[in-house]
Design a protein around this ligand. Structure first.
Ligand code: TRP
Ligand code: ZN
Length: 865
């Protein structure tokens, strides 16, 4: 493992093309857990003057030759990260022979062993831990792979592309060859070997091509791959219908692994997944799990065009594939399920994670100018804000120009390693608009704030809107320029319709706020009463909206709204203001008018239960936190709980009525049934919020009778916060029932860490089933505690900070990427009230002194800066 004290920074402005092309490569693996031999042949052609520099980390070099001639010690230079050959011919074949140790690979980058099977993870820079190679996305090669292994232990041998020769060797070994005809960068290479059960199916593309599909999972688990397979077929069909993109190989395989640093990986023809996003059965998976599987299977599949066929020139362009592919998976989910519900969930994630990131010391542009560690660039900003920018673009130029631009992009850039500029040139062509100002969104960090002021002129029946924007300063960016902000806008008549504003179609328009300030005057029919303004409908731009509306005005607006997103958002604003008031006035009871209005809104929407369920969710602490300086998470949590309890009491009979009905049987992971269960689990949650012994016993009864994981887990979650026998029994029954299913036990850890104290988190991290080498298990305790339980994590006694600091220090020795990700939970420390702030600073300062990995140091240094 590389340890350095001075974080080195890679800069976008220093990009230079690689001076060689490697059109073809042959890799030959002789697989052994502790000593795998990798022989690589590459056909190299010079494009520009210069030495041949290859990346390589942790490799034992056995030999190297050019055109069959072994090189001597003086012919090349090897250091910790590179192999350099100063003088090479213009065209040659380079052969290297290295040995690696997959079993010792705890960082889960490169080739490693998970549950006794070989698997690989090469994005972003794992391939250099497998063989010497120019490990950068703009070098694209055709790979031919051969591997041999012990046949009994590793009967299935997989790589990218399509299978070719197979056969038996001596000593009980066998071999397989794979051929990928599509040139690809090294980060998309994959290899898996072991014993699996397979769920198979087939797909016929719109071109009539036949594709063999396989999902490879643990022995005995094939049936649990069925939903992932259904999701894969739905993804293939959707990309054909929505974007005209068909699959381009005869084989598509997915392999599930239990030890994985991320959700999943889009390797060409051989996606590798965290098993949490593959395995599902009605008894053990929640509706949220089924939904996540569908969306992540879609995401990785959609990368085949946005990421693989068109890849990134360099890692600064990461949003080119990730932002776009998240946008595509969000659209996929919207089309398969409910568009408004999907939009609300996506905005919840954006606000909780990306707005928080944008407001702290780790803020960075969607396309940064520099990075210290590439693993730390896989952020909410790159993924989620990146997707929002594509969505804002569709609003700004319209769906037709957007679709046309996408087709230009696929036509012009197929087979290339591209940039954000390349991508936007397609939409400039399609729309005829200059999008250079829009691209500022990619260069500026921070969440723009838009202020709206209204003036009503009754005599002339005109409404004047004064709009202005500012973006707060972020690290290394003191001043910001205005960005184009497309605001979907409507004028509401208060009777469920729109006012016929002059020049607006159906009373709706898109206002493009491109400058710092803008005034818009709208004429409505003479004699109209004052219309109500509905703005940033569907959350058309990723901004914070400032409007000076009191509770009465917001309630009136919520009742008049025609946009489901804005209905939900009006109640979020109301709830936020009320929680802040309760925090400032600890003696005052929750406002009855608000509680009644919220309960009424939930009841009125019961025919759309997935939407109604979201109305019961109050803004979470992470979001409330952002608007307080200094922030007191424990106080916010207490105020939020008081409001939630009031809502629970107001809705007690609704909860009883809804929960008295049976849960849908037989279970199916359909949007319909999931909606019904979402409403039921919302009511389970509210029942828990009452906090009474009666609530606990009715929850325990529901828990005992639950026929699906969604409700069983909801009951457990609700019970956790009510100390007593029902709670303790539920915790132990759940454990005993599921102790052999690691994905369910992850949930068991997470519900406890997500609501307990620092002591609970420490106790969980000492449980015999806690496992530092398994990222899912580590996250189920550490991330659940530090990222979803802010009141306890940031408790003034500092214990929460210390627990996480300790876990991070231990993890960092095994898995730096995971340690760095956990450290981001400290990103808001400077906003904390003085006591918690001091303890966070102590923990971070101690970590800085502790010689952590470069990944971890990058976060610590930026957080402290
Ligand atoms: N490209 C993957 C995705 O978003 C992300 C990913 C998977 C990843 N594994 C990783 C990123 C390891 C960094 C390190 O679909
Ligand atoms: Zn992705």
């Amino acid at each position: 493992m590389m340890r350095t004290d001075t974080p080195v920074s890679v800069k976008l402005e220093n990009y230079t093309p690689y001076p060689f092309a490697i059109e073809q490569a042959e890799l030959d693996f002789s697989l052994e857990p502790e000593a795998t031999r990798v022989r690589t042949k590459m056909m190299v052609k010079r494009l520009a003057p210069g030495a041949l520099v290859l990346d390589g980390v942790g490799l034992t070099l056995n030999g190297i030759s050019i055109d069959g001639q072994p090189l001597g010690d003086g012919d090349y230079k090897v250091d910790e990260e590179t192999l350099t050959i100063a003088s090479v011919p213009d065209t040659f074949e380079l052969e290297t022979d290295v040995t690696i140790n997959p079993k010792a690979n705890t960082a889960l980058s490169g080739l490693y062993i998970s549950a006794g099977r070989f698997c690989s993870q090469c994005e972003a820079t794992g391939f250099r831990r497998i063989t010497y190679w120019p490990d950068r996305p703009d070098v694209m090669s055709r790979f031919h792979v051969r591997m041999d292994a012990d046949k009994a232990k590793y009967p299935i041998l997989l790589s990218n592309g399509t299978p070719s020769k197979t056969g038996d060797l001596s000593d009980g070994r066998h071999f397989a060859e794979w051929d990928d005809p599509h040139p690809k960068p090294s980060y998309l290479f994959a290899l898996c070997a072991g014993d699996y059960d397979v769920w198979r199916d087939t797909f016929t593309t719109m071109n009539g091509d036949h594709v063999d599909l396989g999902v490879y999972v643990d022995k005995g688990q094939a049936k649990r791959a069925e939903w992932a397979m259904e999701s894969l077929k739905a993804s293939m069909k959707w990309d054909e219908e929505r974007f005209g993109r068909a699959y381009d190989l005869g084989v598509f395989n997915i392999v599930a692994v239990r030890d994985f640093n991320f959700g999943a990986m889009e390797n060409k023809g051989l996606n590798i997944f965290n098993s949490a996003y593959v395995l599902a059965s009605p008894d053990s998976a929640t509706d949220a799990d089924f939904e996540a599987i569908e969306s992540i299977v879609g995401h990785e599949y959609f990368h085949n065009w946005t990421g693989n066929r068109i890849t990134c020139r360099d890692w600064f362009q990461l949003c080119l594939k990730e932002g776009l592919t998240v946008f595509r998976d969000q659209e996929f989910s919207s089309d398969l399920r409910s568009r408004p519900v999907q939009r609300i969930k996506d905005v919840m994630t954006l606000r909780a994670r990306q707005f928080a990131e944008d407001a702290g010391p780790l803020a960075h542009p969607v396309r940064p100018q520099a990075y210290g560690s590439i693993d730390n660039l896989y952020t909410a900003t790159v993924y989620v804000k990146g997707a929002e920018l594509i969505r804002a673009l569709t609003v700004l130029i319209g769906d037709d120009a957007f679709n046309k631009g996408m087709q230009i992009y696929f036509d012009e850039f197929d087979g290339t390693a591209s940039t954000i500029e390349d991508f936007y040139s397609c939409f400039e062509k399609a729309s005829g608009k200059d999008l250079s100002q829009f691209r500022l969104w990619y260069a500026q960090a921070g969440t723009p704030e838009v202020t709206v002021e209204e003036a009503w002129d009754e005599t002339n029946a005109t409404l004047t809107l004064k709009l202005s924007q500012t973006t707060p300063a972020t690290p290394e960016q003191d001043t910001k320029k205005p960005v184009p902000i497309p605001l979907r806008t409507a004028l509401l008549d208060g009777k469920g319709g729109h006012v016929a504003a002059e020049g607006w179609e159906n009373g709706e328009t898109v206002i493009a706020l491109e400058e710092a300030e803008k005034t818009v005057t709208v004429k409505v029919p003479d004699g109209s009463p004052r219309p109500l303004l509905s703005i940033n409908r569907e959350f058309s731009a990723p901004i914070r909206l400032k409007r000076d509306l009191d509770q009465a005005a917001l309630l009136e607006l919520a009742a008049a709204e025609t946009d489901p997103f804005n209905i939900w958002d009006s109640f979020q604003s109301l709830a936020k203001a009320e929680i802040f008031r309760l925090l400032d006035e600890p003696q005052s009871p929750p406002d009855e008018a608000l509680v009644t209005a919220l309960a009424d809104a939930v009841r009125q929407n019961e025919q759309d239960p997935a939407f109604a369920a979201l109305l019961t969710v109050l803004p979470d602490i992470g979001e409330l936190f952002q608007e307080r300086d200094p922030a007191d998470p424990a106080g916010l949590d207490a105020a939020r709980k008081r409001l939630r309890k009031a809502l629970a009491e107001e809705m007690a009979s609704d909860a009883e009525r809804i929960l008295a009905k049976p849960s849908p049987e037989p279970f199916a992971p359909t949007p319909d049934q999931a909606g019904t269960r979402a409403m039921r689990t919302a009511m389970i949650g509210l029942t828990g919020a009452k906090g009474t012994p009666e609530a606990a016993s009715s929850l325990k009864a529901l828990f005992d009778g639950a026929s699906n994981m969604t409700e069983s887990l909801a009951c457990l979650r609700a019970l956790i916060s009510i100390p007593g026998k029902p709670r303790d029994e539920a915790i132990s029954t759940f454990y005993e029932t599921w102790k052999d299913n690691p994905l369910v036990i992850d949930k068991w850890f997470a519900v406890q860490a997500g609501q307990g104290t620092a002591d609970d988190a420490r106790r969980l991290s000492q449980h015999p089933d806690f496992d530092l080498s398994n990222p899912n298990r580590v996250r189920s305790v550490a991330a659940a505690f530090a990222m979803t339980n802010l009141a306890a994590f940031h408790a003034p006694d500092g214990d929460g900070h210390r627990v996480i600091g300790d876990i991070v220090a231990r993890i960092d020795k095994l898995n730096p990427a995971l340690a760095a990700r956990l450290l981001t939970s400290f990103e808001q420390w400077k906003k904390l009230e003085p006591k918690a702030r001091a303890s966070a600073e102590t923990v971070l300062t101690d970590l800085r002194a502790a010689r952590l990995s470069q990944n971890a140091m990058d976060i610590v240094a930026r957080a402290l800066d």
